[in-house]
Design a protein. Structure first.
Length: 71
């Protein structure tokens, strides 16, 4: 059985990237840009968003908390 990637696309830097069944987010091997399971480019600071690990914080609140001290 030959398995095909669930999606293949060009990264913003032009490098080809593919996501295979069973993978979560994938990273570009050239520039490190991360993409979610649907192929959407993730914000570079997404891992700092507390909504990733705290179920009481929604995505917008988490984004605001993660960037509260940005000037």
């Amino acid at each position: 059985m030959h398995e095909e990637p669930t999606w293949t696309k060009a990264c913003t830097c032009g490098a080809p990237i593919s996501r295979w069944h069973g993978q979560s987010e994938v990273s570009c091997s050239r520039c490190g840009t991360e993409y979610n399971v649907s192929g959407q480019r993730l914000h570079s600071g997404w891992r700092a968003n507390p909504s990733n690990w705290d179920d009481d914080i929604n995505d917008l609140e988490g984004f605001e908390l993660a960037h509260a001290n940005d000037h």
